[in-house]
Write a protein that binds this ligand. Structure first.
Ligand SMILES: NC(=O)c1ccc[n+]([C@@H]2O[C@H](COP(=O)([O-])OP(=O)(O)OC[C@H]3O[C@@H](n4cnc5c(N)ncnc54)[C@H](O)[C@@H]3O)[C@@H](O)[C@H]2O)c1
Length: 336
């Protein structure tokens, strides 16, 4: 199947690498406003370069469009791609408002095309194993969880492009970084019902939050605390999720959440827990999440089934972020 990438910046490289590693996939075309950014893909993949997105969409050989542009531009590009009947893989966050998200989902449904959102952290080996543990019921009733993203994005990170750190195109630590972890939390704990949050712009000169602490109450009754920041000195400090259940406590973490830090489960021996930890440590990154999402898109087209991470999944994670923002602004608890 033929892929086309729009937006040839940082994340496009991961999409191109994934396409290269998938049997039967080709990077057929690329599009960017800046022609020199497309050059590496023209050379390595013999991709056709386009500076005009709509012109690229008119090429009938393109099956799937990967949207890798600033977050605030996803909706307008996705709507257009759907109009030309291209299947869509859109980077996270799916969009920056619920209205834009609904426009994307509606366009995909009306044009009968597949829509996948790139939430790749689900496919880290440790995250998949934790999902298996959660689904097995071994932890019993979940009482609460703790989700932490204490990272560093210096001022130079925000200053590298005009869209970064803006309200309209990027959002702050919740919308850009912690949305990955929120997606995981929702995947593990189910429907969010209530949220409350406090955020601040403490150390970076940006329009959006660089520190945030929020609480989610899930339909199950479990409560999760989410603490996120990009202000940590001098570098990334911790990304983790800890689940506390009546029969177990499990923590995944590290500078990136790639490892089991604790596996304490009723009836599980220390040896067994150690074996699980070590099996993950052998290959903590596993197959890249981008590759899994892209190859799943090809399968979902072939089998005419929904992709592994749907537009609705993207919308749920976004809605928690937006309600955190609203709660913080209005200083009150919100029911979703
Ligand atoms: N899944 C992940 O782990 C992950 C990681 C980083 C970024 N992202 C997401 O990927 C998206 C892009 O981030 P990035 O860091 O690659 O940004 P970037 O600034 O490095 O690249 C964006 C590119 O899009 C191009 N562009 C913008 N508008 C365009 C248009 N209308 N037509 C054609 N080209 C256009 C720009 O010229 C630029 O080259 C964001 O939504 C971001 O949240 C996801």
């Amino acid at each position: 199947m033929n892929f086309a990438i729009v937006g040839c910046g940082f994340i496009a490289k991961k999409h191109a690498e994934a396409i290269k590693n998938i049997k039967g996939a080709k990077l057929y075309a690329v599009c960017d406003k800046e022609p020199e950014l497309m050059q590496p893909y023209v050379v390595e993949h013999e991709a056709e370069p386009y500076t005009d997105f709509e012109e690229m969409l008119q090429n009938p050989n393109i099956d799937i469009v990967n949207i890798c542009t600033p977050s605030g531009s996803h909706a307008i590009l996705a709507e257009l791609a759907a109009k030309y009947k291209k299947h869509i893989i859109v980077e996270k966050p799916i969009a920056m408002t619920i209205e834009d998200t609904d426009r994307i989902i509606k366009a995909a449904t009306e044009n009968n095309i597949k829509l996948a959102v790139v939430h790749p952290n689900r496919f880290r080996p440790v995250a998949l194993k934790l999902k298996e543990i959660m689904d097995s019921g071994k932890l019993g009733e979940i009482s609460h969880a703790l989700c932490v993203v204490n990272w560093n994005r210096g001022q130079h990170y925000y200053d590298q492009s005009p869209w970064r750190g803006t309200k309209a195109f990027d959002g702050g630590v919740l919308m850009n970084q912690a949305i990955h972890n929120l997606d995981l939390l929702l995947w593990y704990l189910g429907n969010p019902m209530e949220v409350m949050s406090m955020d601040a712009t403490r150390l970076r000169k940006i329009e959006v939050e660089d520190v945030s602490t929020g609480i989610i109450r899930f339909e199950s009754g479990a409560i999760a605390t989410v603490q996120a920041s990009t202000t940590v000195y001098p570098r990334n400090y911790e990304e983790s999720i800890t689940i506390f259940g009546e029969k177990g406590t499990v923590k995944i973490g590290g500078t990136n959440a790639l490892y089991f830090k604790d596996i304490i489960i009723e009836g599980m021996s220390e040896v067994e827990a150690l074996e699980i930890k070590e099996s993950i440590e052998k290959n903590p990154w596993g197959t890249p999440g981008h590759q899994i999402i892209l190859s799943d898109m090809m399968e979902s087209i072939r089998q005419d089934r929904p992709p592994i991470v749907t537009g609705e999944d993207g919308k749920t994670a976004l809605s928690v972020v937006l309600n955190f923002y609203k709660s913080s602004k209005e200083k009150r608890l919100l029911t979703l």
